[in-house]
Unconditional design. Structure first.
Length: 460
């Protein structure tokens, strides 16, 4: 009987996964077990005694693992990955025998977002021994066994580049490429004087923060750490805020504008991202994926007294220029679709602004990532057109009013590229968009050691 899995929302904004079995016709449904968190793609072992499922944590950078569920008793054992990057999530586990299975694993904890090389690992469930059997410069997704020593897998090659558009009336709509290479350049933000554009990039291997001169095009490195640095933002005093896992988990860090003097601000302990500071410099806000504080968190500028402003699975916040409102994507699990919302920073009270968003797809792009215009009267965000292409939309904001009729496309739609993140200059004259360019290939690997096609046990 095939295994099934589903995720149920919880009151705290988390999720509980249910793993069960059913007959080929949908009859004889039986629940095996329930687990906190999200599980995907359960797979039967060849002897029909074990169901393996992969964790999909909400926390970016958290190592994933495989749950081994006894089909008879429902008892589960957690089999951790031997490396920090964990098991890759998108349904890539395949059994090769009753005691061994294969899975793909990125070489970066943010490999799904930024792209990275990857490996296929052969894991023994009894000894916990794991060994690499295949490496690929692309990210290997779905895998299966074709026969002895033969694997077939989906490989994704990813790059992102920055393109700037002038928003002045009469300006050409084509824009100009600011970066053009094979790295992943994303999450742009303008410096307060508009002379530099700061962004995250893996152009030197690991993910670091870089700055590009808007005048000369010169590029310089701001951070250089073996960990992953992303989500840059400039505070009113000119300090640089960003999220980094250099302490083991993604936390909010602060440094001088040139990246020197780095100091950790938060002690979230799980995943603190997308930091920003209010114009008066009193508060820093960020998105937390810690189950104890999941939501939009507001703390003092020195990192003290963090408190949840908006609870739930709220991601990708952006603060209005006057510091009175914060926009974010409400991605409450179990809901029909995510929603772009705006609330008051003072008390978290809703403003009535709500834009339903399409679910994220295989492009791994969070639709709804947004940036305010300098006057605070409109919001630009990543949206999806009827033909499926992703671009930048803009909609007016007025508390308590329905402004849906004002929505329009801000930058030209390009079917060859998908808009992923964006920045608006402090004077509102320029828009920079990070565009995703992905290539998917179906590949076959020969002579892979230790790979056998499993013999399936007879089913009822």
């Amino acid at each position: 009987m095939p295994s099934t899995g589903t995720s149920l929302p919880t009151a705290a904004g988390g999720t509980t996964s249910v793993v069960g079995t059913a007959g080929p016709d949908g009859s004889r449904i039986r629940e095996l077990a329930r687990f906190p968190g999200a599980l995907v793609h359960p797979r039967w072992s060849p002897d029909g005694r074990t169901v393996a499922a992969t964790e999909t944590p909400l926390e970016v950078g958290k190592p994933t693992a495989t749950l081994l569920i006894d089909a008879g008793t429902g008892r589960a054992d957690r089999l951790a990955s031997p490396t920090a990057t964990g098991v890759y999530q998108p349904g890539n586990l395949v059994w090769t025998g009753p005691r061994e299975f294969l899975y793909s694993q990125p070489e970066s904890v943010v490999g799904f977002q930024s792209g990275s090389s990857s490996r296929i690992v052969l894991q023994n469930i009894r000894s916990s021994e794991a060994r690499e059997v295949l490496w690929n410069p692309a990210t290997m997704l779905m895998i299966d066994v074709l026969g002895p020593g033969r694997l077939v897998f989906e490989a994704r090659s990813l790059r992102q580049n920055l393109r700037e558009y002038a928003l002045k009336p009469g300006a050409p709509g084509t824009g100009q490429w600011l970066t053009r290479g094979n790295s992943t350049d994303r999450q742009p933000v303008y410096t307060p004087d508009g002379e530099w554009l700061v962004f995250s990039s893996n152009r030197a291997g690991q993910l670091d923060l870089w700055a590009l001169s808007t005048g000369s095009g010169a590029v310089r490195r701001l951070t250089d750490d073996a960990a992953e640095d992303w989500d840059p933002f400039f505070a009113p005093d000119g300090k640089l805020l960003w999220s980094s896992n250099r302490s083991g988990h993604f936390e909010v860090w602060r440094a001088d504008a040139d990246g020197t003097g780095a100091l950790q601000l938060t002690k979230d302990g799980v995943d603190a991202e997308n930091p920003m500071a209010t114009p008066d410099g009193r508060w820093v806000l960020y998105a937390s994926a810690n189950p104890a504080s999941r939501g939009i968190v507001k703390m003092h500028a020195d990192g003290s007294k963090p408190a949840v402003l908006v609870p739930g699975n709220m991601i990708l916040p952006d603060l209005s220029p006057d510091g009175q409102y914060i926009a974010f994507v409400d991605e409450h699990l179990g809901a029909d679709q995510p929603i772009l919302r705006i609330v008051r920073v003072a008390d978290g009270a809703p403003t009535g602004f709500a834009i339903p968003l399409p679910q994220s797809d295989h492009l791994a792009i969070d639709v709804g990532r947004c940036r305010w215009f300098p006057d605070g009267r409109s919001l630009a965000f990543i949206g999806r057109a009827p033909d499926g292409s992703l671009g930048v939309s803009v909609q007016s904001f007025q508390p308590g009013a329905d402004t849906g009729a004002s929505r329009r496309w801000l930058a030209p739609l390009d079917p060859e590229y998908a808009a992923e993140s964006l920045a608006i200059s402090r004077d509102g004259s320029n828009l920079t968009v990070a565009y995703v360019d992905q290539l998917f290939n179906l590949m076959v690997a020969e002579n892979v050691p230790g790979v056998e096609r499993p013999r399936r046990a007879a089913t009822e």
